[in-house]
Design a protein around this ligand. Structure first.
Ligand code: PGA
Length: 250
């Protein structure tokens, strides 16, 4: 059975007080979720410890937004996967389009990051998705295929079993433009096919999340699609009622 997941990517938002208030709100409102829905919150690095403490004893998982491509040492400013493990992160978002675009994250780096996260028992939420010009040129299938092949095809089936994929069309992130449920389902189905070409039946077990202007008003239609197993939520994850509203949309 594929996991249903709603993950909140807080990006570079909230100070520590706001972050703690936000997570308290999420915990308070999360009592009546449909069974089997997994919530993940991914606050900034500085908040992981305090937010993690508040999450103790709840079923909500802690995630980070990135990790280093080295295990330790002289890499000023970086945070390793083992450090994330030590503050009880169980997920890490890797390959977000903002990291690829603004911080030069390449497939080669992402392979290293994913392997290090997996060694620590942290599940990567691996992001893929095309830019507007790539979609307009009709290259979106090709783009996501390449992103998957370059990074996930080097993994063993045991490693792959712990991956969550997030399809996030770059043109839909933070823009208010959501992919239609047909557009999203079409790509999710294709993503599963590309995973199946290498990993066979395992593809049926992998959760594939949709991300890009997902909100309470469109989540129901998106989550009803056969190959959409939940969402990676940016803007709407910063309001407890919206985040929970999305999780109630299954
Ligand atoms: P958005 O961001 O929901 O604000 O579009 C999604 C994401 O970047 O993960």
């Amino acid at each position: 059975m594929r996991k249903k997941i709603v993950a909140g990517n807080w990006k570079m938002n909230t100070d520590i007080c706001e972050g703690k208030e936000l997570v308290k709100g999420i915990i308070e409102m999360s009592g009546n979720l449909p069974s089997g829905v997994k919530l993940i919150v991914a606050p900034p690095f500085t908040h992981l410890c305090s937010v993690g403490k508040l999450l103790e004893g709840t079923p909500i998982a802690l995630g980070a937004q990135n990790c280093a491509d080295h295990s330790k040492g002289a890499y000023t400013g970086e945070v390793s996967a083992s450090m994330l493990k030590s503050v009880h992160c169980s997920y890490v978002i890797l390959g977000h389009s903002e990291r690829r675009e603004y911080y030069g994250e390449t497939s080669a780096k992402l392979v290293e990051k994913i392997k290090l996260a997996l060694e620590e028992g942290i599940a990567p939420i691996f992001c893929i998705g095309e830019r507007l010009e790539e979609r307009e040129a009709g290259n979106h299938f090709e783009v996501v295929r390449k992103q998957i092949e370059e990074v996930l095809y080097v993994l063993t089936p045991e490693q792959m079993a712990n991956i969550v994929i997030a399809y996030e069309p770059v043109w839909a992130i933070g823009t208010g433009k959501t992919a239609s449920s047909e557009q999203a389902q079409e790509i999710h189905e294709y993503v599963r096919k590309v995973v199946a070409a290498k990993f066979g039946k395992l593809a049926e077990e992998i959760s594939i999340l949709y991300g890009g202007s997902c909100k309470p008003s469109n989540a129901k239609e998106l989550f009803a699609c056969k190959d959409i197993d939940g969402g990676l939520i940016g803007g709407a994850a910063l309001k407890a009622e919206d985040f929970i509203g999305i999780a109630l949309s299954f």
